[in-house]
Write a protein that binds this ligand. Structure first.
Ligand code: EPU
Length: 435
């Protein structure tokens, strides 16, 4: 059974426009795959700018359970040495805590020729199958059977053509990780174009892998017999950056983000522009000034999420909070996940006028004044967005389920406090288990 999780909640007193400077942490969704990639070699790998978040802890513990040495010599620095991996089994505990544990399928199979790995199953943002990952391994010659919740995978991998029916981020990553040690050439199409995939490619190349994005939606890999250890600085987290931009927008504040990946936020910044929020980009800074929007208001704006370079589904919830301030109706089309609009019910408890039409469509009518309420976080991105709503609201909010936010945001309440917010985290009631 998964370990019980300590119940925590946020208490937020809203109504303060945020102002100041905040440093963006390293990318969660890049770090998790980079740590897994280190299993492709027996030599030591070193990562800097890794965010100190619960999902990284889960990956580190999962690697250690396999016999991998993971050192943590400094804040944000992790060293991984997978010389002795005596256990090729990724258990239910890891999968239940974090779906991204399935990224270990490709590297373990490619390096050791076998792995037993738990099916990560569902998630609070909808059914999240892994069949495309499994099909990709089969296209590389793996034999995979499914029994009692586990995939039993084995075989010597050889290069092949991997054609996905849809764009999948982790599917693409699992495919290129496995292909890096397969015999011969692999082509992955359509390959996900997310910046985190390119960060993984950069690290694999530093390890000596022959991996190249030969067209925007195509990655080609020529397998190598061995890979070597390498060092890598993780790219900044574009979703955390976008969350802070939205926080400035929704509180009519002014923020400067440092270490911020403007070039990875094109579609989101375009949406902010259409709403009437001024965002300007420097080399690695983003400045957002929404102080005049209290008088002039925001324009409504229809949004549609999609694979990169379209608007990230992970930024849909923070964007929705900003849309409550717009004058008129904004339509939301969530194309990636089927349950990612459900959290809007919590936003409605805070005074938003939001109607979910079906699993993929919603309408938000504004402007509405948000007010403090007691709400429950269902998943990571919804959690951060409920904090944004509470920061903008009048009165006090209690937000249950704070542990979801710690999965992906490094010390979010401290960052907000430094920007003038009144937010604290406190322990509550009896423990619960994750689903
Ligand atoms: N899909 C399938 N079959 C599969 C795999 C995916 O049908 O075998 C479907 C999914 O259900 C979804 C679509 O394909 O409808 C795209 O999902 P994708 O595989 O791209 O998502 P993922 O790789 O599992 C990553 C991020 C998510 C992010 C999505 C989309 C990580 C660890 N997770 O998930 O991040 O929302 O890409 O960009 O990289 C988050 O950080 O909060 C988060 C959920």
């Amino acid at each position: 059974m998964p370990e019980p999780i300590a119940r925590e909640a946020f208490r937020v007193e809203g109504g303060v426009p945020l102002s100041g400077t905040v440093r963006v942490s390293g990318s969660k969704n890049a770090s998790l795959k980079l740590l897994a990639a280190a299993v492709l070699t027996g030599e030591r790998c070193r990562f800097t700018n890794v965010p100190e978040i619960a999902d990284v802890d889960v990956m580190v513990r999962t690697l250690r359970d396999l016999g991998v040495v993971v050192d943590h010599p400094a804040h944000g620095t992790y060293e991984v040495a997978a010389g002795d991996v005596d256990w090729r089994f990724v258990p239910l505990e890891a999968a239940a805590q974090m779906r991204a544990s399935f990224i270990l399928l490709g590297p373990l199979l490619a390096r050791f020729g076998e792995v037993i790995i738990s099916n990560p199953g569902g998630d609070r943002i909808g059914r999240r199958p892994v069949s495309l990952h499994v099909d990709a391994m089969r296209a590389l010659g793996a034999e995979i059977h499914y029994r009692y919740g586990y995939y039993y995978a084995r075989g010597r991998l050889r290069g092949g053509d991997i054609t996905f029916p849809i764009v999948t981020v982790m599917g693409t990553e699992n495919a290129i990780l496995a292909a890096s040690l397969a015999d011969g050439r692999t082509t992955v199409r359509p390959a996900a174009q997310e910046p985190e995939v390119d960060d993984l490619i950069a690290f694999l190349r530093a390890m000596g892998a022959e991996v190249e994005r030969t067209a925007p939606d195509t990655i080609e890999v020529v397998g190598r017999r061995r890979l070597r250890g390498a060092s890598h600085a993780v790219i900044p987290d574009r979703i955390e950056a976008g969350t802070f931009v939205a926080a400035a927008a929704v509180t009519a504040g002014r923020l400067r983000l440092e270490g911020a990946p403007c070039e990875h936020l094109g579609a989101f910044i375009e949406v902010m522009g259409r709403l009437g929020i001024g965002v300007s980009c420097g080399t690695d800074t983003i400045e957002v000034d929404a102080t005049d929007t209290l008088e002039v208001g925001l324009d409504p704006c229809d949004i549609e999420t999609g694979p990169y370079p379209a608007l990230a589904t992970d930024l849909q919830p923070p964007t929705c909070v900003v849309l409550t301030r717009a004058r008129g109706a904004s339509r939301i089309h969530e194309t990636i996940f089927e349950d990612r609009l459900e959290w809007l019910a919590e936003l409605v408890r805070m005074g938003a006028d939001a109607t979910v039409e079906d699993a993929h469509h919603a309408v938000i009518r504004g402007p509405t004044a948000l007010r403090g309420a007691t709400v429950e976080i269902g998943d990571l991105r919804a959690g951060a967005s409920l904090i944004l709503a509470a920061l903008a609201a009048s009165g006090t909010s209690t937000i249950h389920g704070a542990h979801h936010v710690g999965r992906g945001y490094e010390n979010i309440e401290r960052k907000f406090v430094e920007l003038g917010a009144r937010i604290e985290r406190f322990a509550e009631g009896s423990p619960e288990t994750t689903s």
